[in-house]
Ligand binder design. Sequence first.
Ligand code: SF4
Ligand code: SF4
Length: 158
Amino acid sequence: MAERVIKDDQPRVYFDCNKCPAFCCSIYERVAVTKRDITRLAKHFGVTFEEAQRRYTTEYDGERVLKRVKDVIFERTCAFLDQKTRGCTIYHARPGVCRSYPGRSRCAYYDVLRFERIQQGDESVIPQIKITFREVEEDVVENADGPERVYEWDDTEK
Ligand code: SF4
Ligand code: SF4
């Protein structure tokens, strides 16, 4: 069966990965890989599926993920990140999750990066941040004037 082609056509209107130190490749402890991702890696490096799995991935919390290494900017980063250029060294063979991130027209990390650089008037600033995303839960409460919609932070640990 032919390998499905994952298109990288998400609009990058509000962020520029070329001007970012690659938060997404470094902040997250795990970059999950599927069998299809490992097959793609194997093809890219001209090795067997088993060899690609052994060389480039590891087990994390019951999940198969890409290996990580010590980083010059953040604590650790993906083993495939070029730590000097901050670009992906396997761009055309990178996993599906990397292709789809952040899955919307804005990247929260890029927004913070721009904010800090403008704020400090220094284009070399790299904020050391890890954004924790929390769900907002909608609730309907009754009050004197009838039902009212309120939004509460979801405090459950993710
Ligand atoms: S954190 Fe956002 S802007 Fe930076 S490389 Fe990742 S997707 Fe691109
Ligand atoms: S495979 Fe490439 S894009 Fe994905 S986390 Fe690693 S360096 Fe980043």
